[in-house]
Design a protein around this ligand. Sequence first.
Ligand SMILES: [Zn+2]
Length: 163
Amino acid sequence: MPRMAHIPTRDTAPERALRAALERIGVGPIAANDPGLPGSPDVVLPAARVALFAHGCFWHHHAGCRCARVPATAYPWTEKFRRNRERDLANRDALLHKGWRVGWIWECALIGQHALPQTQLEAALQGFVAGATTFLDLAGTRIVRARVTDAPCALREGGYMAL
Ligand SMILES: [Zn+2]
């Protein structure tokens, strides 16, 4: 498998942005990277029984997001993305079954030109943590169909995904 196909693991820019937002709204304690839970959530709030994922739009193939374009290379991206998506859904459902509430906080909501305004991001997170909703799917301000000329976000926004 080529190196490009490896999903980046930890401490990505979206994860850091998510943790910073959680710290600003003062929720906690925050446990990072719990490997004992399905999918190893990026951030866990045990008291609120909330598990959060900072999903990279490219690797997790965010539907309708310009960051989720399929690259024009020989690598079987469509199959790769389909498997990633299935795994994400299975992990989410397993967490919900265990009584956790699950948040997918998309990269495009956290960083980049279509990121949510800080107050909006914080309000959404605060509302979810304090509320009873079981699943939050939080995207950036502008979900559009990808254009062929767009570079993947990992390339456009600083290469944090270790391509
Ligand atoms: Zn996205």
